[in-house]
Ligand binder design. Structure first.
Ligand code: PEP
Ligand code: MG
Length: 360
């Protein structure tokens, strides 16, 4: 039962009478997606695909893909991942019938997937017909001093476009299949961590080329959008370039906060509580949107983006998306939606309505 009902549904409908902002959910599994629907989510604003590769028999092929010596080795592993990834999306599209689903291309540091212990590396060497030393050296070559600033986001898809091809194919084949069963599927493909427009353009080229091939093979097509995360300050500032080719922006305020303040989002627990204790910081910027810093970058990006593309759809999908004060800020700067954890959807919808009412 994915639909909302009763008094709660009436209350959520009432928010729609006033709210200008839509409220979507961040969900990576059909189960989460169904929870979000019951809480009144009006779409998925962020489906992170990286977690999918740790489960459902995918981790082994993922390791083969990463450890492969060349493109043909990577393609072989990706062909094993394709049907599994397609199934992931089929289930999510079914649950989200009639609502937009933004799927983000793979965005983790690669070393997270590979075994770092000798036994695990020996096992991979056996499976792949490589020497233990070859596997060990490849794993070591993936270790970075600052993985959050390293080979992640669209840098991956740009170095290994075959990953983007596989994911695009999985998304669109799933979309066509679910559409055939009578559901309305609204797929949006999102490029992570763009900082230079050429990174986005190269990914969009791969996505559009793959889509054309899939539609020709299947003899049918479906509308899809291609957009980008804005989570690097440079991307926000150069929005007027990126919006020429991106159809939507989604602000990743977790990374945008990290990169604007220069605070490692993985290490904040080590120093931020002391900063808060001493009163140097009044609020945790990873919880409350820093409206005059990070928020200003959002405002600039929306304005500059819409100067070249007036109908540019803009949303936010970082943790801040479910905070009532951030929701109000998003309303004020003209975003189209916020996306948050399924459990925070009701509060975000109420905050969206309240922001609109307060404005009257
Ligand atoms: C973000 O950076 O705000 C974001 C939504 O992406 P992730 O948390 O997956 O890096
Ligand atoms: Mg991010």
């Amino acid at each position: 039962e994915a639909e909302i009902s009763g008094y709660f549904a009436e209350l959520m409908d009432l928010t729609d009478k006033y709210a200008r902002l839509k409220v979507r959910q961040n969900a990576d599994t059909p189960r989460d997606a169904a929870i979000g629907r019951r809480f009144g989510a009006q779409g998925i604003g962020l489906c992170r695909t990286e977690h999918m590769f740790f489960e459902g028999g995918k981790i082994q092929s993922m390791r083969e893909m990463i450890l492969a010596k060349d493109e043909s080795g990577r393609r072989k592993a990706l062909s094993k991942l394709l049907p599994l990834q397609r199934n992931d999306f089929i289930e999510i599209f079914k649950v989200m019938d009639g609502f937009p689903v933004t799927i983000r291309l793979l965005d983790p540091p690669l070393h997270e997937f590979v075994p770092h212990d000798e036994a695990g590396q020996r096992e991979m060497a056996d499976v792949m017909n490589l020497s233990y030393e070859e596997v060990r050296d490849r794993v070591n070559s993936l270790i970075e001093a600052n993985p959050m600033l390293g080979l992640r986001g669209c840098r991956l898809g740009n170095l290994y476009p075959e990953i983007t091809e596989m994911q695009t194919r999985a998304i669109l084949e799933a979309a066509l299949e679910v559409k055939k069963k009578g559901n309305e599927v609204i797929p949006e493909i999102m490029v992570p961590l763009t900082s230079i427009v050429s990174e986005f353009d190269a990914q969009k080229e791969v996505i559009d080329r793959t889509a054309k091939t899939v539609f020709e093979e299947k003899g049918e097509s479906i509308d899809y959008k291609v957009g980008t995360m804005i989570e690097v300050p440079r991307a926000a500032l150069t929005a007027f370039k990126i919006a020429r080719s991106a159809e939507f922006f989604s602000f990743g305020t977790n990374d945008l906060t990290q990169m604007t303040f220069g605070y490692s989002r993985d290490d904040v627990a080590k120093f931020l509580p002391m900063y808060l204790d001493k009163g140097i910081l009044k609020e945790d910027p990873f919880v409350s949107l820093d409206q005059i810093g990070v928020g200003q970058l959002i405002e600039i990006a929306v304005k500059r983006g819409r100067e070249v593309r007036p109908d540019l759809k803009c949303g936010i999908c970082g943790e801040h998306g479910g905070e009532p004060s951030s929701v109000k800020f998003c309303h004020k700067v003209g975003l189209d939606y916020v996306s948050c954890s399924p459990y925070r959807v009701p509060i975000a919808r109420l905050a969206a309505a309240q922001a609109a009412i307060e404005e009257e």
